[in-house]
Structure formats: C-alpha cells, structure tokens
Design a protein around this ligand. Structure first.
Ligand code: NAD
Length: 337
C-alpha cells in the first residue's frame, strides 16, 4: 500500500555539528517508524563545474527528484571562484519562501510562554537582488525589486499554509506608506490572494509597529508574510522570543513543491565533534518536513517527545543550561516517543 512505501528524502548532514545532529534525527525517526528513506549527500571537497559550487550536481538532482529534504548547517568555504552554498541552493532550487514556525517550548522559560506564530519570508528578491552601485563619489544606490509574480507566489503560499494548518489570520508586514510602489505592489498581491480565502482574516501591519507589537505581546500574531529584508529581521526577532538558535526550525519552499527544511543555526565549529550540540532545531525542522508530507501523526509524536524531554528538564544540552551529551538527549527523546 501507499502507506508502507517509504518516501525518499534527501539529507545533507552538513558540516561541523551537522553530522552529529543529523545522526540524532536519523535515530529518532527510525525509532518512531517514520516511513522515510534518506538519500545522504555531503558537500564536496572540490568545486563541481556544473554548479560552480562545492555542492554537487547529483545532490541538487536528488532534492529536485525527491522534492523533499533536510539540511544540516553548511560552513561557507573560503576562497574565490565558487558560489556560496546557501545561495546555490536557493537559486538552483528556486527556494522562494522561508517558513519559520515559532512557538514557546513548555518548560523552557523565556519572557513569554504563549508564542505561536509562523513567519513566511519572500526569499528571492526585494532588497536582496544584489543590484548596488555608486552613482557618483559619495552617493550609492541599491535597487529593491518587487515583482507581481514573486509576491503572488509567496502570498499564495502563506494563505495555503494558513488554511492547511488551521490558522485564522495572515498579517502582511510592510512599509508601504514610504515604499509606496514596491511594498504597495506586495500588499496589492496579498490582498488579491486574501480575497480567495474569505475564511482567513487578512490584515496589514506596518513593520515598525509590528516590531513593537511582537516584543510587547507576540500572541497578537498568527501567520506573518513579508518581503525579503523584513522577513530576515522579523524571523530572527521571533527566534529570540522563544529561546534562540539551538531551538528554531525552518523550511524553504521551492518551485514545483520542493521543501528543504533546515535549522537556522550554523555549523558551530566551537563545539563540533564533542557530542555537545543540541539537535532540537534540526529535529523540529524534520518535524516541519513531516508536516509538509502530511505525516501529521509522526510529526506530532516526535514533536511531543522533544518538548516533553525538554520540559522534564532531566536531559538538556549545555546551551539550555543542562549537562547532557547530544547522544544522551537523543536517547531520552526516543524513550519519550
Ligand atoms: P553558529 O550558529 O554556528 O554558532 C553560533 C553560536 O551558537 C556558537 O557558540 C555555537 O556553539 C552555538 N550553537 C549553534 N548551534 C548550536 C546547537 N545546535 N547546539 C548548541 N549550540 C549551538 O554561527 P557562526 O559561528 O557564526 O557560524 C559558523 C559557520 O556556520 C560559518 O561557516 C557560517 O557561514 C555557517 N553558517 C551556516 C548556516 C547555514 O548553513 N544555514 C547558517 C549560519 C551560519
């Protein structure tokens, strides 16, 4: 039956702590009987001329074919003549939206215990088009590109996500009072899409006001959708609300339904190879991947086991104030499944 045929997913363990936390994911998914068969790909040691990057063409093909993957952190190799790994992934796979679920972890005390929001960031254009130049000495110019196509695409994804996940409200974050043309077009696209989803409340919030509301009362928000730069900043602000890098998952959505989930943090060279890393962010990224695949029962089971382990407080990694090794924390989660 379809249910017993394993789903093939690409796994990039990545660099630094990547292989350690990827091991943790593999063990926990196996213990939970998740019907996934991993296709593992490592970052190459030399530049692949077909991608002009240390990422091999085969590894990109694997994601294109499987349409779903999990990515550990990748250290940016120093030197000229190659494209950055994350940029290569974003361009080659056309990863147009970055989705970050952000919810309070029960038992891990931060300033708020009622955060439950999703940020959805446009990931291909806006202020990140790389079009900067000097006009004359002492005057530089940077072009912010907003297109109807990319704005509609990310708005569609946000409303689709809201509906699929039983969310009630989508807030478009903007500065259209100043950026009338660019953010104006972004909002126009969001409004058009909102009309197709009458069951979801749509609102527009100016970015500065949004920041104030988020730090005063994050429970005011549900799903937020925004252009690239605002998304970059707001998604980190939200990560800070719930406890930081070791905990925050994300998922990149690409053309043709590709979903590439990844932890927000880097390769943590200071603790790599020491069995000290917190695998939670990559694990929760794996959970967002399972939800994307509609494997909601498995997602729920694994998420609960992680949250219960952290809440219980007996096994926590050093970044959360505990003294457990990565492997001990992993075993505790398996015991909670
Ligand atoms: P980092 O996120 O790797 O580390 C920052 C701090 O957070 C370090 O003290 C680290 O020990 C700690 N930390 C991060 N993740 C942790 C975890 N899971 N458990 C416990 N502690 C954790 O950031 P950095 O040091 O600026 O970057 C290191 C390398 O990672 C660089 O080469 C950078 O380019 C790369 N990087 C990659 C990505 C990505 O692949 N998406 C993102 C950010 C940085």
């Amino acid at each position: 039956s379809a249910a017993s045929t394993p789903i093939r997913a690409t796994l990039f363990p990545g660099d630094g702590i990547g292989p350690e936390i990827a091991d943790s994911v593999k063990q926990i998914f196996q213990a939970a009987d998740v019907p996934i068969e991993w296709e593992e790909h490592y970052v190459g040691t030399e530049i692949d001329p077909r991608t002009q990057s240390f990422l091999t063409w085969e590894s990109l093909e694997s994601v294109r074919k499987n349409k779903v993957g999990l990515k550990g952190p990748m250290a940016t190799p120093i030197g000229k003549g190659h494209r950055s790994l994350n940029l290569t992934l974003r361009k080659e796979l056309n990863l147009y939206a970055n989705v970050r679920p952000c919810y309070s972890l029960p038992g891990y005390k931060t300033r708020y215990d009622n955060v439950n929001l999703i940020t959805i960031r446009e990931n291909t254009e806006g202020e990140y088009s790389g079009l900067e130049h000097q006009v004359v000495r002492g005057v530089v110019e940077s072009l912010k590109i907003i297109t109807r196509q990319a704005s509609l695409r990310v708005a569609e994804y946000a409303f689709h996500y809201a509906k699929a996940h039983g969310r009630e409200r989508v807030s478009a974050i903007h500065k259209a009072n100043i950026m009338q043309k660019t953010d104006g077009l972004f909002l126009k696209c969001c409004r058009e899409v909102a009309e197709k989803y009458p069951e979801i409340t749509y609102e527009e919030v100016v970015i500065d006001n949004c920041c104030m509301m988020l730090v005063k009362n994050p429970a005011l928000f549900d799903v937020l959708v925004m252009p690239n730069l605002y998304g970059d900043i707001i998604s980190d602000l939200c990560a800070g609300l719930i406890g930081g890098l070791g905990l925050t998952p994300s998922c990149n959505i690409g053309e043709g339904g590709i979903a590439l989930a990844e932890a927000v943090h880097g390769s943590a060279p200071d603790i790599a190879g020491k069995n000290l890393a917190n695998p939670t962010a990559l694990l929760l990224s794996g959970v967002t991947m399972l939800r994307h695949l509609d494997l909601h029962d498995k997602a729920e089971q694994i998420q609960k086991a992680i949250l219960n382990t952290i809440a219980e407080g007996k096994y926590r990694t050093a970044d959360l104030g505990g003294s457990s090794k990565t492997t001990e924390f992993t075993k505790a989660i398996i015991d909670h499944l």
